[in-house]
Design a protein around this ligand. Structure first.
Ligand code: TXA
Ligand code: MG
Length: 303
């Protein structure tokens, strides 16, 4: 495996683009201090320039390089959740490139919990700007094979770290405001963030400042319809099958850890099998249920 990390390191040092494993989804990484390398990430993803990238760092000791200030709340969240599926938005430091932040006054930072990527980051020394390694608006990749399917030869190297154990993206908490706000529910449940912040209000989701939160995100080719109950979903699926559709019934309401881990593979599988419609049962809004609901609702174009 170290051979693979050596290769990834060499490519990143020369301004290349490497897909990296994380505990959430695969990222498409470039040296965050190399403007042309970061531009290439946007080009490969076909992503608009006003959608900023998260900078992945080896540990919270690097925070001072990237952030102009770190609030007490941010320090506490970092201490408790890193390495892990949490992204903090902080006032950007003076050396952070505009291309990374989309010209905003904040920068997104996270320490991912994956041994290969942590080794890579420690040896690289700098930050790696990395969005999810899919084309803009499509389903995020949770295996190295998904990345190859999506990006093919556009990416210089895929560091294969196996399937991503969490399967949905990081929770994004804006710590540039007081109190902090949850902008995207993710791998760390909203309730855990609220508990760490001692009951400070942590809106479930829906705030608009994390761009990329357009309608129709995380979307497969199949149409996605969402329902609150299994019964409603089964009735809808039966009706669509009656009129000749190929339907995938996706019940994400039972085991939340399993549902999150396999969510994107299930959406991809529905496309591989040529399904017309994915009929999904939403989980209750608790724990990982917040993130699963958010992704399915966006995949349905209702976000
Ligand atoms: O789990 C994750 O967060 C994965 C892995 C690879 O780390 N990354 C990820 O990146 O999901 P991406 O780019 O697909 O989604 C990050 C979201 C985007 O909607 C982006 O616009 C938003 O975070 N974002 C990043 N920096 C921001 C900033 N400074 N202000 C507002 N939104 C920001
Ligand atoms: Mg993404």
């Amino acid at each position: 495996m170290t051979d693979a990390v050596d290769r990834a390191l060499d490519i990143l040092r020369h301004g290349g683009a490497v897909a990296i494993p994380t505990e959430t989804v695969y990222g498409l990484a470039a040296d965050a201090s190399n403007e042309s390398a970061v531009r290439r990430i946007f080009a490969i993803k076909q992503r608009p320039a006003d959608h900023p990238l998260i900078v992945h760092i080896a540990s919270s000791t690097a925070l001072d390089h990237w952030a102009a200030s770190v609030s007490a709340e941010a320090a506490l969240l970092a201490e408790d959740c890193w390495p892990g599926p949490l992204t903090l938005l902080l006032p950007r430091g003076p050396s952070v490139l505009d291309v990374v932040t989309g010209g905003r006054d904040t920068v997104g930072l996270r320490v991912p919990a994956h041994p290969l990527t942590l080794e890579l980051l420690a040896r690289f020394g700098g930050g790696l700007a990395a969005p999810s390694a899919n084309r803009f608006g499509q389903v995020s990749p949770t295996t190295a094979e998904h990345v190859r399917d999506d990006l093919g030869d556009d990416v210089d190297f895929v560091l294969d770290g196996g399937p991503c154990p969490i399967g949905v993206e990081s929770t994004i908490v804006d710590c540039s405001t007081s109190p902090p706000q949850i902008l995207r529910p993710g791998g760390i449940p909203d309730e855990a963030i609220a508990a760490l912040l001692d009951g400070a209000p942590a809106p479930a989701s829906g705030a608009q400042r994390a761009s990329g939160m357009l309608a129709s995100h995380y979307a497969p080719k199949a149409r996605v319809e969402v329902f609150e109950s299994t019964q409603q979903a089964q009735q809808r699926a039966a009706r669509l099958e009656d009129v000749g559709q190929r339907v995938e019934l996706l019940d994400a309401s039972a085991d939340l850890v399993d549902a999150a881990r396999n969510l994107y593979e299930r959406l991809r599988d529905a496309d591989r099998r040529g399904c017309d419609t994915v009929v999904a049962v939403l989980p209750a809004p608790t724990g990982l249920g917040h993130a699963i609901r958010d992704r399915l609702i966006k995949a349905a174009g209702l976000g």
